[in-house]
Write a protein that binds this ligand. Structure first.
Ligand code: ADP
Ligand code: ASP
Ligand code: MG
Length: 410
């Protein structure tokens, strides 16, 4: 007998029929003798609906109250799923985040889990119940409801799996695994049987939203075997999907395991900045002070004692960044501030890159052949990212997917 934590995302619990089907699947696992803890998301579209309601009151709702609101989505699904299980004669109990002591820090809307007290869950499991826990939510030290950021139910599931020392954490979603790239963009994308934590972390960080970044960090830190599977395939206990785990010496390493992209990018440039020591700090300091996260940074080699400085940010932070930069430009005596929100980032990821030269040149050649202009480049040991114009996103991803032999036919 093993202990399994299963997470079902929004589309997997998107209707009463879907919830009934999840109940059938869970019972299938119970009948095989496993103990199961279930984590569910809100029904698909519900969190967005709640965000819109809040925004109808205020463009920037009070973060604490937004969390109180958003946490209701998951409370609906835990109750419905538990009812569906009980209807089938399967003993079940639903719990909100605070009821099972998912304790987080106090950073509303993007809280981090710091501790889980698993006593109550263990007691229920020992009494033969299925435990259904609301994903995406927790409670801070003083009892305030918190949420973990969009996609946070993945992290709830992995954190519970770590706390309970579960044998596996299964993430059920609307695709049957992690693919070489988003199968919605490249139909030829191939499902990966296995991917390392490290590669998955890069893929998630670079935009592959199939798993929340923090869930992969958690899984890697605590060595939780993580599996992505489809909840839309026939019910039963078949376990294929994609296993995410540590790198093993005997694993055959693909050069490139996947291509990720991020549409939420924007860039800001300051032109004609007097080139003096401390300029980078003077430009980025006020941005950091406003809690804006900067991704890529480029500073040109100075000509005529001035330089150009460009960085990328999340598109939501564009207006704020531009305003801050205009202020800074005045102070520094820079010539002009410009920006662009119609850009995207496309990245290739693979641990095999470490030991191979020439990957970057293949990437750049492929994009050149397609007539795609590269605006920015950044590299690390296991990834290469480029910023290109938004209109070239699909073209770039497809061309690279083919060039690196990731298509199904190859
Ligand atoms: P859930 O609601 O179950 O949490 P998500 O929408 O968060 O589901 O994640 C699943 C989606 O992630 C898929 O429908 C797919 O479009 C997208 N996705 C992006 N990149 C990948 C990838 N490399 N492999 C698989 N799915 C991906
Ligand atoms: N319901 C939350 C969201 O839509 C959390 C999740 O689904 O993981 O982001
Ligand atoms: Mg998700």
């Amino acid at each position: 007998m093993s202990l399994i934590v299963q997470k079902y995302g929004g589309t997997s619990v998107g209707s009463v029929e879907r919830i009934e089907s999840v109940a059938e699947r869970v019972i299938g696992w119970r009948e095989q003798g496993h103990q199961v803890v279930i984590v569910v998301s809100a029904m698909s579209g519900e969190t967005n609906r709640l965000v819109e309601l809040a925004k109808a009151i205020h463009e920037q709702p009070v973060p604490r109250e937004l969390d109180v609101l958003l946490a209701t989505g998951e409370q609906v699904t835990i109750a419905l799923l538990s009812m569906a299980l009980e209807k089938r004669g399967c003993a079940a109990r639903s719990y909100t985040g605070h009821q099972v002591h998912i304790r987080t820090d106090s950073v509303h809307n993007k809280a981090r889990i710091v501790d889980i007290d698993d006593k109550r869950i263990r007691k229920d499991l020992d009494q033969g119940r299925v435990v259904v826990v609301a994903g995406f939510q927790g409670m801070d030290e003083t009892g305030n409801i918190t949420t973990l950021g969009r996609g946070g139910s993945d992290t709830s599931a992995v954190a519970l799996a770590a706390a309970l020392q579960a044998d596996e954490c299964q993430i059920y979603t609307d695709v049957d695994g992690v693919y070489t790239t988003d199968p919605r963009v490249v139909p030829e994308a191939r499902r990966l049987d296995h991917i390392t934590y490290e590669e998955m972390l890069e893929m998630a960080s670079l935009g592959a939203k199939v798993l929340q970044i923090r869930s992969v960090e958690f899984a890697s830190k605590y060595g939780v075997p993580l599996r992505v599977l489809s909840s839309f395939e026939e019910t039963g206990c078949t376990v294929a999907g994609t296993l995410i785990s540590a790198e093993e010496a005997e694993m055959e390493q693909a050069l490139i395991s996947g291509i990720a992209f991020n549409r939420d990018e924007a860039k800001v440039t300051m032109l004609g900045v007097p080139d003096q020591p401390g300029v980078a700090h003077k430009i980025l300091g006020p941005i950091a002070d406003s809690n804006i996260e900067v991704d890529m940074i480029i500073q040109n080699i100075a000509e005529d004692a001035t330089t150009d400085f460009t960085f990328t940010i999340h598109r939501n932070d564009y207006d704020k960044s531009l305003a801050i930069m205009q202020e800074t430009a005045k102070k520094l005596g820079a010539r002009e501030v410009t920006g662009d929100t119609k850009i995207v980032k496309v990245s290739i990821v693979g641990v095999g890159m470490r030991s191979h030269a020439g990957i970057a040149s293949t990437m750049f050649e492929t994009l050149a052949t397609e007539g795609v202009n590269i605006r920015m480049i950044s590299t690390s040991e296991i990834k290469i990212s480029v910023v290109v114009d938004e209109k070239y996103l699909e073209l770039s991803v497809r061309a690279l997917h083919e060039a690196f032999g990731l298509d199904q036919s190859t």
